[in-house]
Design a protein around this ligand. Structure first.
Ligand code: PLP
Length: 224
């Protein structure tokens, strides 16, 4: 049998060396030194400055949708992992499905426009199995209708489109670092956004919307 995915395990000594660092620091949660180190290494490796490490890609999808700031219809495709659609429902939005195209198995952009109404707030498209969506056409479509463009890039670690990291496309992209993925942390993920306002919002979300030790702001969750 050829496994579709096989989890990579580093030599246990390497893993233990990281555990020692955690023990020495006395800091095991809340964006500790190793999380910041990982973000910095990934910024360099992936050529993107916009990364925020997060608990997993499902949570990343949920806060990406929450960041839209309103509920409504989100155009997507069911040919993805269940988390893509369930995040839409979890955030009290409505999933409007369109079919995929047959070459790359990604959302068929030609079918999107007829589904856009005044209720549409976003497109959530998956780069399936590392195949980039038609990002140029989707960018135009989202801009024409003034809606948010989110990419589920869970399968896309290291993928580039026209020389640029795939995570730099759309308003927001998410990636999974689950044990079944190309790069993994056991459980984990990342969220990417060029716009500072989104990154600021995500940082607030991942620490329970706390602005300081005594105060919270807006909606927050335990997503660090
Ligand atoms: C396309 C897609 N989106 C989202 C997810 C969810 O990722 P996670 O397990 O990190 O929450 C997966 C996981 O398999 C996935 O394949």
């Amino acid at each position: 049998m050829i496994p579709v995915t096989k989890t990579f395990f580093p030599p246990i000594e390497e893993y233990n060396a990281y555990l020692h660092r955690i023990w020495e620091s006395g800091w095991i949660t809340n964006r500790g030194e190793l999380v910041i180190e990982l973000e910095n290494k990934l910024k360099h490796y992936l050529h993107t400055n916009n990364i925020i490490a997060i608990t997993n890609a499902t949570i990343a999808l949920q806060i990406a949708i929450n960041a839209i700031g309103k509920t409504g219809d989100i155009i997507t495709t069911p040919f993805s992992y269940i988390a893509t659609s369930s995040s839409i429902i979890w955030q009290k939005c409505h999933a409007v499905f369109v079919d995929i195209e047959s070459d790359y198995l990604t959302i068929d952009v030609a079918l999107i426009e007829e589904k856009i109404t005044s209720n549409t707030v976003a497109i959530l498209a998956t780069h399936v199995f590392g195949n980039p969506c038609d990002v140029d056409a989707l960018k135009l479509m989202a801009a024409r209708h003034n809606i948010v463009l989110i990419y589920d890039a869970a399968h896309c670690f290291g993928v580039r489109y026209k020389g640029e990291s795939i995570f730099n496309f759309g308003d927001i992209s998410i990636c999974s670092f689950h044990g079944t993925k190309i790069f993994h942390t056991g459980e984990g993920g990342a969220i990417f956004a060029k716009m500072k306002i989104y990154r600021h919002y995500f940082m607030i979300c991942i620490i329970l919307a706390m602005t300081d030790i005594m105060h919270t702001q807006d909606w927050g969750a335990m997503e660090r």
